[in-house]
Design a binder for this molecule. Structure first.
Ligand code: ZN
Ligand code: ZN
Length: 350
């Protein structure tokens, strides 16, 4: 089979590799589409080293069809479309023991810690698989993982009908949150970013979305003005950088400043640098900060909404390329983040 192999950091080659055998307790999946994640961009550059190594096959957001069922597998058949939840938890650490798997101390992902879905075939245990109804297009099924991250954040933050919200960061994660929260509340959502094109996506697909360009105005002032000083019920932080632009509050503190009394901040952005807070601003509101990592069974909720047609996955897809052009796809994402949200890799016609 062929795979998009990261032969060395910054270099992907579309090359022949050994096709995985379908072991007992596993099913063999023929991959149709995969998405490139922000984490993949970091892995590509070597920024996950030494957690990752080369050569390796990335890819943790993908879908495909079962082409072979191994011994001792029941409940799955060839021809079924599936989306793998790429998370592998240990089941033994304190977080796992209370069922909070995204917080697993030893959390691993296929496509990061082991070879993933940027290949024509992958063999996986059925415990990682969610069945996808045939009516959901393959391109949309490839987005189930990233949409689930939005649903997990919605659930961790406890979004309720009637909530007014702010989403700091209008990239792939921010837009996934928008998709998820729109299944619950139709009230105003402020979407904050510094890239004009990204800010245009939310209002294009959903009503009641107010784009706020943080290079042009202070997002906290705008939110307080539009809500008559009240603030939002929940603010999501999906930026991941503390210092985005000079003289603008860091996004985590901005979230704290923009919530109402007894409001919630949900932080998902994976930043490496400290994001200073003035705790008085949080304490006076008795505000709550929760965090959200990956997802926890929200694949089912996402598939349910995709089936009902209540999501707009096309909002996230900016381009589809044959998998043989994976290197070009990564270069495009690096060169023009404003023009690209999700790039899909097509494994069916490479
Ligand atoms: Zn990802
Ligand atoms: Zn664990």
């Amino acid at each position: 089979m062929k795979a998009a192999v990261l032969t060395e950091y910054n270099q992907i080659e579309w090359k022949e590799v050994k096709k995985p055998t379908c072991k007992a307790g596993e099913v063999l999946i023929q991959v149709s589409y995969a998405c490139i994640c922000g984490s993949d961009q970091h892995i590509h550059k070597g920024e996950f080293h030494p957690r990752t190594h080369t050569p390796m096959i990335m890819g943790h957001e993908f879908t495909g069809v079962i082409v072979e069922v191994g011994n001792k597998v029941s409940g799955f058949e060839t021809g079924e479309k599936v989306a793998p939840d790429p998370i592998i938890w240990c089941g033994e650490c304190p977080a796992c023991k209370i069922g909070q798997y995204p917080a697993c101390t030893n959390l691993k992902l296929i496509g990061v810690d082991s070879d993933g879905g940027f290949a024509q075939y992958i063999s996986l245990p059925p415990s990682m698989l969610y069945k996808v109804p045939p009516a959901i297009p393959d391109q949309h099924a490839a987005l189930i993982e990233v949409l689930s991250i939005g649903f997990h954040a919605k659930n961790k933050a406890g979004v309720r009908k009637g909530d007014v919200l702010a989403i700091w960061g209008s990239g792939k994660v921010g837009l996934s949150i928008l998709e998820a929260i729109r299944t619950v509340t139709n009230e105003t959502v402020f979407m904050i970013d510094i890239l004009h094109k990204r800010l245009s996506v939310g209002p294009e697909y959903y009503e009641n979305v107010i784009p706020v360009n943080a290079t042009k105005e202070n997002p906290v002032d705008r939110i307080l003005r539009e809500t008559e000083g009240r603030g939002v019920d929940i603010a999501f932080e999906a930026v991941g950088h503390a210092h985005v632009i000079e003289n603008v509050v860091n996004p985590v503190r901005g979230c704290v400043q923009s919530i109402r009394g007894a409001g919630t901040v949900c932080v998902l952005g994976l930043g490496n640098e400290p994001a200073p807070l003035v705790f008085k601003e949080l304490i006076w509101k008795e505000g709550r900060i929760v965090t959200s990592r990956v997802s926890h069974g929200e694949f089912a909720e996402t598939i349910d909404h995709l089936t009902k047609g209540t999501l707009k996955p096309e909002a996230l897809i900016t381009r589809t390329l044959p998998a043989s052009k994976a290197q070009e796809a990564f270069e495009l994402l690096d060169a023009s983040p404003e023009d690209n949200l999700k790039i899909l890799l097509d494994f069916g016609h490479s």
